[in-house]
Design a protein around this ligand. Sequence first.
Ligand code: ASP
Length: 441
Amino acid sequence: MDTKVVKFGGSSLADADHFRKVAAIVLADKSRHYVVASAPGKRYSGDIKVTDMLYECYELAFRGEDFTERFAAIESRFNDIISGLELDMSLQKEFDGIKDAFAHRAGRDYAASRGEYLNSIILARFLGFEFVDPAAYIRFDEQGSFDLETTRKLLSEKLSGIEYAVIPGFYGSMPNDTIKTFSRGGSDVTGSIVANAVNAVLYENWTDVSGFLVTNPTIVDDPEPITTITYRELRELAYMGAGVLHEDAIFPVRKANIPINIRNTNSPEDRGTFIVSDTAETSRFTITGIAGKKGFSVIQIEKDMMNSEVGFGKNVLRALEKNEVCFEHMPSGIDTMSVIVSSDSLIGKEKAVLDEINYRCHPDKMEIENNLALIAVVGRGMRKQRGTAGRLFSALAHARINVKMIDQGSSELNIIIGVEEEDFETAIRAIYDMFVLTAHE
Ligand code: ASP
């Protein structure tokens, strides 16, 4: 059976109009057997997600304050969807039960999970699918870590007897049966878990964009979409802040070799982006994506004959470890070493870190430079292509950008460069022009 698991994010299920689009998509393909739903998201910019409303409301309940008004606003989000869809149903009993549980402090995770729970009841009714509560099947262990083995067993057994179902995203339960949620955006993870449990051929993740773009559209106008990306490339880009998918959503499907297809609910004809474990398909461009982040600092260390001093690097890193600072990159020369760390992690610890390095390594000179931005240029195609680095640096030189750091991963899947924060956007545009725009000509 070619089973597909489809997950719809909060913006795809924010109101009745979106529910109709979702139903059209699900019902257009009989292999879309299992639907994972988020809580209603924002209907317009400035709107509040139901999950956030639930957190706020529960906070009041927890403090013993009156939460009736806040709760009524949540009820009306769901009632608007029900009436907009002209469904003959009422969630009043559910609302009363949840209110009661709030008053009895049923827990923050329980509170947050009710958005997906209620939305999925409505969607199941609208589609004519069965509703399956993940509390009984998606399980966490005593430590609060997700337990894939147990979950896989319980969930695959349950779903094997159901042809079409809607399953709320975002939560499961602890060994003592209290509700536990994944971190924010966690319905992506649920979709991936369900796909794993039913051995799906495809996990479709429907959102409000047509997949990943080669780079950030707030920096480059109308960047090209990425049609296919590997999990490894995605990890590199996601680490640098290119987010569409929850990070933990990769593991369950990757383990089972199930591709993910990111699709747009508002533009279902777009093919979106396929995320695959490996692909024979050559990428359209030498590079797959460009992502970056500001807010890094470099600790520059100089010492004559550093290269012949055994354990120098280790001692530098011990100094960071002692101050609980994690390093990102560590390019080194013969007598120099630069350690790149996120500036946030260094706040208030600058002196302690420098003192510790001084004490352990006795460098000749040391300084901290702030305002560094890192840019990752990622692509499985780079390995096969000669001259990629040459093109990259000549693009940057033409744009008059001073490259402060270079780090090429040994996998040759990425090149990371460091530039001044003020050059960040210009650098990304220059790289995009070189590898994507000129590739069209
Ligand atoms: N509703 C949850 C959140 O807002 C989970 C999700 O949408 O994936 O984070």
